[in-house]
Design a protein around this ligand. Structure first.
Ligand SMILES: [Zn+2]
Length: 313
């Protein structure tokens, strides 16, 4: 089942490349152009410079401070631990984008990244009724690195891009079930129409949800050169640390796309693990190629649980 997902998923990613530029329906032309061209030109860059330069001046969050799960500093993985990490059973990790009803203009491929609210609620209820407990990236990390025990029937819920409705659904659906989510934010969109505001991101963190990094403007990490690492990783990481008051330790690759060259760059910048989509993990760096599946609308709670069992071993 897992392998059967690879080819259509890879194709869907190509479709998503164009779709995601409109994720959450942000249509500001100049900023979109910067996403497409990723030219790093000064005009597009200045739009977030004020916030990011303020972040850069902010006091660095202490390394040993509590992370989003309330834990102390996360342990570094032991040298040669990749094989033991690969050997542990994979924990199901679900990836969501937009949570809204379909529109006539939504293409078939776009619908992979949109889930109607009723379907999302049914899926969360299905997980709860089946006894699943949500975990956060720090818990997954400690499980993978040290074997620390997880709650029974663990699952991780991840939300990419920072669409504003994700905030509402945390409150109307997740919080009543005592579920927690991990929100991977692209910082160019913070405070823009259709995306979460900084204070909403802060509130999610304060409520015990996890905030992670999803780059500055959703550019594919496989294409980064030179100062792109500073622009796409370092500065937005600082920005999110300023917003949340917490260290930002986890990363989700835009489009799920990664290559081995990106991994040391993430390590050098203090990111402890990274999440892709459903392609095979890198046996040398499984912490930086953690698998997730995109959950489309139309799956019932029972179908979702079945897919989880088939996709994570
Ligand atoms: Zn994304």
């Amino acid at each position: 089942m897992k392998n059967n997902l690879l080819t259509p998923r890879a194709l869907a990613l190509c479709a998503f490349l164009s779709l995601s530029l409109m994720a959450c329906e942000w249509k500001k032309p100049s900023a979109q152009a910067s996403v497409v061209a990723l030219s790093g030109n000064a005009a597009s860059g200045t739009e977030t410079t004020a916030e990011e330069s303020a972040a850069a001046k902010a006091v660095t969050v202490p390394v040993g401070s509590a992370n989003e799960a309330g834990n102390a500093e996360l342990p570094a993985p032991a040298v040669g631990s990749a094989a033991s990490i690969m050997a542990r059973p994979q924990i199901p990790i679900l990836c969501y984008h937009q949570i809204r009803d379909y529109r006539p203009t939504d293409s078939r491929s776009a619908k992979d990244y949109i889930i109607p609210p009723a379907d999302f609620k049914a899926q969360m209820k299905g997980l709860a009724d089946s006894g699943y407990t949500t975990i956060l990236p720090a818990q997954l990390y400690e499980y993978l690195v040290t074997g620390k025990q997880l709650p029974p029937k663990p699952v991780m819920l991840t939300f990419d891009d920072g669409c504003d409705e994700q905030f509402e659904f945390a409150h109307s659906v997740l919080n009543p079930l005592k579920f927690k989510g991990a929100y991977f934010i692209m910082t160019v969109s913070v405070n823009r129409p259709n995306y979460m505001k900084a204070e909403q991101i802060r509130q999610l963190a304060d409520e015990g949800h996890a905030i992670g990094l999803h780059t500055w403007d959703h550019h594919n990490v496989k294409q980064y050169q030179g100062t792109d690492w500073q622009k796409q990783i370092e500065q937005p990481k600082l920005s999110l640390e300023k917003i949340t008051g917490r260290p930002i330790q986890f990363f989700a690759y835009p489009f799920g796309l990664w290559n081995p060259q990106a991994i040391p760059q993430l390590k050098d910048r203090g990111l402890m693990a990274a999440f892709q989509l459903s392609t095979a993990r890198d046996a040398n760096d499984p912490l930086y190629t953690i698998r997730r599946i995109i959950v489309p609308g139309g799956w019932s709670g029972a179908q979702l649980v079945n897919r989880m069992k088939n996709s994570f071993h």
